[in-house]
Design a binder for this molecule. Sequence first.
Ligand code: HEC
Length: 167
Amino acid sequence: MGKATLSAWGRRLFLIALLLAMTGAVTSAQLRFMRNMFTSPVVQPQVAPRVPVEDTIPVDGTQILDKISSIDLPNPRPNTPEVLQEGAWLYGVYCAVCHGADGQGDGQIAEHFRRMPSMPSIQNRTDGLIYAIIREGGANMPAFADTMSVDERWALVHFIRTFRTPE
Ligand code: HEC
């Protein structure tokens, strides 16, 4: 009996000693059981962001321009009856309420503005500038950057040219 009991206790003691030794080793070596999060490439606070992976941010896409740098932009859309019709529809939806259905600066709410230019009076602006005015708005005119797509704004530019008074 004695032998068997002793060896059973001996085994237990050995296991306990082993566990203690391992715990000590783990603690003193600062080993971590799950290192996944600890060793991941975390950006620490106050550290500058890392350079994005190549091609993450497109640098060759559509550039946002302001009014001045838009002046010489050519109208990329063809001046076809379909495009003019699209522009006419957009004008009726977005512009007529102020600039007037016939472009005379006499829309329903025009009287609330100090100045409401007529469409014939703005024909000396370049295509690019009219495009940028639609996109950026003015002092009192709202911006349509979020309302219309690039293509829609250019269609509208074609339509606005139909207000040109024949010489
Ligand atoms: C809420 C009224 C309002 C709406 C809607 C509006 N405009 Fe205007 N627009 C103005 C006012 C007011 C001005 C005069 C400049 C200013 O005060 O912003 C102006 C000026 C302009 C000018 C001349 C800017 C210059 O160089 O002097 C153009 C071109 C123009 N608008 C086009 C448009 C087009 C195209 C639309 C439709 C997408 C439109 N506007 C919608 C109020 C409006």
